[in-house]
Design a protein around this ligand. Structure first.
Ligand SMILES: Cc1cc2nc3c(=O)[nH]c(=O)nc-3n(C[C@H](O)[C@H](O)[C@H](O)COP(=O)(O)OP(=O)(O)OC[C@H]3O[C@@H](n4cnc5c(N)ncnc54)[C@H](O)[C@@H]3O)c2cc1C
Length: 467
């Protein structure tokens, strides 16, 4: 054991450091399959311990990769053999909910689902929600500016975060645990850490903004055969539901067919013959009138020919069953293993044409390729999950070129919610100008001059030759 690891063990105690086979048995990507290469995994139990560890690592020039729930999909948590992993898994504290100001302060290692439960127990809602809710952590959500299923109504975590505490590369603790909604006292420092993927500081605590717990929830799965009508349907529902539309998730036919026919444990709430399916949800404050409004809005859409078919959940179980179709990413991943995953933003009006072009190009080069498309259409964000039967770097690069060149021609964004990490780094310039990237480097240099925090993620590391 080298001196630095020994010194760290003195801070976190014997169980706080994992070495050798215990490291190799862990993963640093999703789905978890073991194989972490780091020289040690350290597991501090408090902000003070994180600060002491970073102070030592800074002095030694030791690279540190932060681990949350490891559900990130762009290689942001991948660690090299000479790097130390700092896992927040022992920092899962949740302070009592402040029901007057509607806030809760939590440690960064707490899984998202536990925050949902704490808020609900206090009669409130923490609206950030995503399929990985059981594993992903609040720290990881902040570091990736996570979005998810209710962005259309509540925004991304950026819109739900009032304050953060973070530890800088040299061990300085920045306690910016603001609890009020309005605070215009100079630079809003929490913004530095949102979406910075562990490259500017380690988030250790957060103050989250809570909302009223909805008293009603109405969910439907609808089908349509015309993409242009989908856009009108979204606009009409948003208007008719008076700001209560909280999810508008679209599944292309290939996704729906795969999940309900091939994976097959979900039933078929609607026949698998339509081009598009939308899972939409509205939440509100009055059960009876919200239900009537939801049904009226859907029936108007049917009468106007915007949708071809619809099924409305009649119970909590039926609602859960409909969401299970949209959320069966595990089944999808198994069917396409190992999948190539793309998470893009694009003007809704260009989406259908974009997907058709990508599909045609993929089929031309890999006749056996398969791709499914789904996503948060209400936010202009779709996911393309595909397999071309190979993960060989040259083939992956060829796929990426097809996806990003077609996107570039339409001024789309290469990462809507997953971030850049390692996997999308080579394509950052498709979505950011050279001046923007230069400013990112200036910030990185100012906050982490030795480049020890998650080196090589988002931007090339100091030791790498410029790509
Ligand atoms: C089934 C599934 C569904 C998903 N759906 C969505 C979705 O709808 N919307 C969405 O936005 N994402 C989604 N994701 C991606 C992923 O869940 C999010 O990116 C999530 O926010 C990552 O959190 P994590 O705790 O797992 O972070 P990790 O994967 O552990 O880490 C992600 C990045 O954040 C850094 N990091 C982690 N914790 C900290 C910290 N405390 N301080 C500083 N840096 C830190 C890591 O170094 C890494 O760069 C999905 C993933 C899966 C597997």
């Amino acid at each position: 054991m080298d001196n630095l690891i020994e010194d760290i063990e003195n801070i976190v105690g014997p169980g706080g450091v994992l070495l050798g086979a215990d490291v190799l048995g862990r993963s640093d990507f999703w789905p978890p399959m073991g194989g972490c290469q780091a020289k040690a995994i350290v597991r501090p139990a408090s902000t003070g311990e994180v600060a002491k560890i970073l102070k030592l690592c800074h002095a030694a020039g030791q690279a540190v990769v932060t681990h949350g729930g490891l559900t990130g999909l762009v290689g942001g948590a991948r660690a090299a053999q000479d790097e130390i992993v700092l896992s927040l898994e022992r920092m899962k504290g949740i302070e009592p909910v402040d029901t007057v100001n509607r806030t809760v302060t939590v440690e960064a290692g707490v899984p998202l689902q536990l925050v949902h439960e704490a808020a609900e127990d206090a009669g409130l809602l923490f609206p950030l929600d995503l399929g990985a809710r059981g594993s992903c952590t609040i720290g990881g959500n902040i570091a990736t500016n996570a979005g998810g299923n209710s962005v259309i109504r509540y925004g991304m975590i950026r819109d739900q975060l009032l304050g953060v505490e973070a530890v800088l590369a040299d061990g300085t603790v920045i306690s910016s645990l603001n609890t009020v909604i309005k605070n215009n006292t100079g630079y809003d420092l929490k913004q530095l850490f949102i979406g910075s993927e562990g490259t500017l500081g380690i988030v250790t605590r957060a103050v989250l903004r809570l909302r009223p717990l909805p008293r009603s929830s109405n969910t439907a799965l609808v089908a349509t055969d015309d993409f242009d009508r989908l856009g009108r349907f979204l606009a009409d529902m948003d208007a008719a539901l008076g700001g209560t539309l909280s999810a508008f998730e679209v599944m292309w036919n290939d996704f729906y067919q795969l999940i309900v026919m091939e994976i097959g444990n979900h039933g078929q709430p609607l026949p698998p013959t339509h081009r598009f399916y939308v899972l939409l949800e509205s939440t509100g404050g009055h059960e009876k009138s919200d239900r009537a409004r939801f049904e009226d809005a859907l029936s108007e859409a049917l009468d106007a020919g915007l949708i071809a078919d619809a099924v409305i959940a009649q119970s909590k179980q039926q609602r859960a069953d409909l969401w299970a179709i949209r959320d069966d990413i595990e089944g999808l991943t198994k069917a396409f293993f190992p999948p190539l995953v793309f998470d893009i933003s694009l003007d809704i009006r260009q989406m259908d044409d974009y997907v058709d072009e990508v599909r045609a190009q993929l089929s031309a080069r890999w006749p056996d390729s398969r791709m499914v498309v789904f996503g948060h259409l209400g936010d202009g964000n779709i996911h393309l999950v595909l397999t071309v039967g190979s993960h060989e770097p040259g083939e992956v690069h060829a796929v990426e070129t097809i996806i990003y060149e077609a996107l570039g021609r339409r001024h789309g964004v290469i990462s809507a919610e997953h971030g850049i990490g390692l996997d999308k780094r080579a394509y950052l310039q498709h979505s950011r100008s050279s001046d923007e990237i230069a400013l990112m480097r200036t910030l990185k240099q100012a906050l982490d001059p030795k480049g020890i925090l998650n080196p090589g993620k988002i931007l090339t590391a100091q030791k790498e030759t410029t790509v």
